[in-house]
Design a protein around this ligand. Structure first.
Ligand SMILES: Nc1ncnc2c1ncn2[C@@H]1O[C@H](COP(=O)(O)OP(=O)(O)O)[C@@H](O)[C@H]1O
Ligand SMILES: [Mg+2]
Length: 272
């Protein structure tokens, strides 16, 4: 069995908390577990990793991004790796969304196959010569050639889900298509999911309703081989802090970070 410690986080829609969970998980691997980790902004439609780690405009407008690497602007992935202010944590950013959107609208399937090949070369180099222990891809929401490529690279995937009927329904269809597309490419991926922004019930009736909703869908995903991890609440203090910043590392908010710790341990224990 191949062993490539690569995690791809994904969701049906934006706003689920994919980026928040990805960056905190990456920081957990890097600083709590001491593993050399790189987070790659694969959400070329709505990139945000550079803002979170505040690299400033120069780097986003540089040609040393993930998208430029895929498009062969430079040969080796080494040139795109940027440090962050966290020990052991590095990042590869995406360019401004106009560029990513243009790629999504204009590139044909041959280009995306070439991009997948380039990604595999990068993955091998990062985990080989460059000595990274973990790669985390923060994927684009929904189905696209781009998001499918980044799923194909993963040996572990984490679906981030908000508990709302329309959200879960859309995810069903999405999962179905994603799985059928990937079946031919992937043999050994392990799929997980996490609830995020779960409301806190105010009385017994609400608690029962929530439990029924989550329980029903958890069973549904389990039956399809997607394993549950955590139920992350909607955290008020985190949302208040976000009034001052984009997002970031929330290791000081236990109510949130204990779940990151749990996801991290689950992903580590499933290493082969
Ligand atoms: N559990 C949570 N509690 C409070 N705010 C959250 C929570 N999860 C996500 N958010 C906030 O919701 C917004 C969308 O999250 P983000 O990670 O950007 O989603 P995505 O990457 O899936 O589009 C961000 O401002 C994020 O920090
Ligand atoms: Mg995001």
């Amino acid at each position: 069995m191949r062993r490539t410690p690569t995690i791809t986080t994904y969701s049906t829609r934006g706003g689920s908390g994919k980026t928040l969970i990805s960056v905190n998980l990456a920081q957990w691997f890097a600083e709590v577990m001491g593993k050399k980790t790189v987070i790659i902004d694969a959400d070329i439609e709505a990139p945000s990793i550079d803002k979170i780690f505040k690299t400033g405009k120069e780097s986003r407008s540089s040609n040393k991004t993930w998208v430029h690497y895929l498009d062969n602007y430079f040969e080796k992935i080494d040139e795109a790796i940027l440090p962050t202010s966290h020990d052991n944590l590095f990042m590869i950013i995406s360019p401004p969304p106009e560029i990513g959107k243009r790629f999504l609208a204009t590139k044909r399937s041959e280009w995306w196959s070439m991009a997948l090949k380039r990604s595999i070369v990068a993955q091998k180099r990062l985990l080989g010569e460059l000595g990274f222990d973990w790669i985390i891809f923060d994927n684009q929401s929904g189905l696209s050639m781009n998001s499918v490529n980044h799923m194909a690279l993963a040996d572990k995937s984490l679906l981030v889900l908000r508990p709302a009927n329309y959200g879960v329904d859309a995810t069903l269809e999405f999962l179905h298509e994603m799985v059928s597309i990937l079946q031919t490419k992937i043999q050994s991926r392990r799929d997980y999911f996490a609830w995020n922004q779960v409301p806190k019930p105010q009385n017994e009736k609400e608690e029962e309703l929530l439990e029924m909703f989550l329980g029903k869908w958890e069973q549904f995903f389990v039956d399809r081989g997607v394993r549950p991890t955590v139920r992350i609440p909607y955290v008020h203090s985190l949302a208040i802090e976000l009034l001052n910043k984009e997002a970031g590392i929330f290791a000081h908010i236990l109510e949130f970070y204990e779940h990151i710790d749990r996801i991290g341990k689950i992903l580590l224990s499933s290493e082969d």
